[in-house]
Design a protein around this ligand. Structure first.
Ligand SMILES: Cc1cc2nc3c(=O)[nH]c(=O)nc-3n(C[C@H](O)[C@H](O)[C@H](O)COP(=O)(O)OP(=O)(O)OC[C@H]3O[C@@H](n4cnc5c(N)ncnc54)[C@H](O)[C@@H]3O)c2cc1C
Length: 413
């Protein structure tokens, strides 16, 4: 058998989070392998599809630090107001950029465009060797390195040799086989909901900078401002209702959307392509194993209504890149137990808080008990009057509730 190709860091998965990590590590003196199963140009690429990603302010700063923001900014839409309400209730809460003293609370970008920006950057950087299409399996941990088998092609099965690295980063999504092969267990709880996602125009509205989160007992609806004057919707419904909604013709679906949202901003027209995603909360039990670390959706998969999944994954990236840089500076092992323990320790609180925040929102607004609606309505009204509570939500939304890594503060690694 030929010798394994040697790297410092091997990244399994070049989706939103894995590609971001490759860009982040490129400023360090490291040999990085990026292994991705599905090419960016493929219509079946699972990370880079038509979904819209709401980027927090912190994500914008991190993307700037890894050299990808300029390309993202060219195709992103600003969010300057977030309006949270409940159908059939009086209360609502508004967070505005002016009130928070910032130019924008966040930005919205199609995940396909974000992927193109990240992979454009990967292609321009030295030190990253790309294996695509390729998949990794059968990790074997040694004293100083971890070895993985590389298969060529999307489906695997065709051996293309071995890769050996000091650190294996598992960034290949919620269904990661490598995570399992490394013995890292995960818990998964279904929300009993499927998200129907697509984009829509609103008659007479263009250039909006307001995002809406609207809750009802049937499930939440998020509406985000998008490019070309359109809005992206994420409508969560029980699976059978979501399936029925997907099967509706355009007029019937527009009526459903209008009923769910109300007439607050006008009439929905011109429906784009719809797609469906079953929703669950997935959490890896550990963030690492010897010489391996899990990040992004491989570590935690969230309900998308609060728009936190990639933002949290990008903060995994910023922390991991920082502890690896620190290890290099101090002559420590970037894949050693101390480095991985430091990463896990630094990620614990942010991860726990964001999971609790997102899960709490769904539970709070999903409760149909008598009186709960009024309580929630009053809660939203009070919330709007309580700057402290509002600031807490705003800080989560802007991605500023987590630890401020160097990249998140706009500093180089
Ligand atoms: C409808 C919807 C809306 C969302 N909106 C937002 C939002 O507004 N804001 C936000 O922050 N987040 C949002 N998210 C969450 C966000 O999409 C995810 O958090 C993000 O995609 C996670 O990226 P990832 O790279 O960790 O995983 P994935 O996106 O799952 O990517 C994994 C990658 O690994 C590759 N892969 C898989 N297996 C292998 C293998 N064996 N070998 C090599 N490669 C492999 C896949 O091809 C893929 O490219 C949303 C999610 C959904 C479903």
């Amino acid at each position: 058998m030929s010798a394994a190709a040697e790297f410092d860091v091997i990244i399994s998965g070049g989706g939103l989070v894995g590609a971001s990590l490759a860009c982040a590590l490129a400023s360090l003196p490291l040999r990085v392998a990026l292994v991705e199963a599905v090419p960016l140009s493929s219509a079946t690429q699972p990370s880079f599809d038509d979904r819209a990603i709401a980027l927090s302010r912190t994500s914008r700063v991190i993307l700037g630090g890894i050299g990808a923001w300029e390309a993202v900014a060219a195709v992103a839409t600003s969010i300057r107001r977030i309006h949270v309400s409940e159908r059939g209730r009086f209360g609502s809460a508004v967070i505005s950029a002016e009130e928070q003293g910032v130019d924008a609370l966040g930005h919205v970008v199609a995940s396909r465009d974000l992927g193109a920006a990240l992979w454009g950057r990967v292609g321009a950087l030295p030190g990253i060797e790309v294996f695509c299409p390729g998949t990794l399996h059968s990790p074997v941990v040694g004293q100083a390195a971890i070895t993985v088998e590389l298969d060529a092609g999307q489906g695997g099965g065709q051996s293309a040799g071995q890769l050996r690295g000091r650190l294996l980063v598992v960034a290949d999504g919620a269904r990661s086989g490598l995570r399992q092969a490394l013995g890292i267990g995960a818990t998964e709880r279904s929300y009993g909901q499927t998200a129907v996602v697509g984009n829509v125009a609103i008659a007479g509205v263009s250039g909006s900078c307001t995002a809406y989160e609207r809750f009802s007992v049937e499930g939440p609806l998020a509406l985000l401002p998008f490019r070309d004057g359109r809005h992206v919707f994420v409508l969560a419904r029980p699976p059978a209702a979501a399936e029925a909604a997907l099967a509706m013709d355009e007029a019937a679906f527009l009526r459903l959307l209008q009923e769910s949202f109300g007439r607050r901003i006008g009439e929905f027209v011109q429906l784009g392509r719809r797609a469906a995603y079953p929703l669950s909360l997935l959490q890896a039990r550990e963030l690492g194993a010897p010489r391996a670390v899990v990040i992004g959706n491989a570590a935690q998969g969230l309900h998308p209504v609060a728009g936190q999944g990639y933002n949290l994954g990008l903060r995994d990236v910023a922390t991991l890149a920082e502890v690896v840089a620190e290890a290099l500076r101090t002559g420590a092992d970037p894949g050693g137990a101390a480095t991985l323990a430091r990463h896990a320790q630094l990620r614990r609180r942010d991860r726990r808080n964001v999971i609790a925040f997102t899960d709490g929102l769904i539970r709070l607004f999903g409760l149909a008990a008598p009186g709960m609606g009024a309580a929630r309505g009053a809660g939203l009204l009070l919330f709007d009057m309580l700057p402290g509570a509002k600031r807490a939500l705003a800080r989560h939304t802007m991605g500023m509730a987590g630890p401020m890594t160097r990249l998140a503060r706009g500093l180089p690694l």
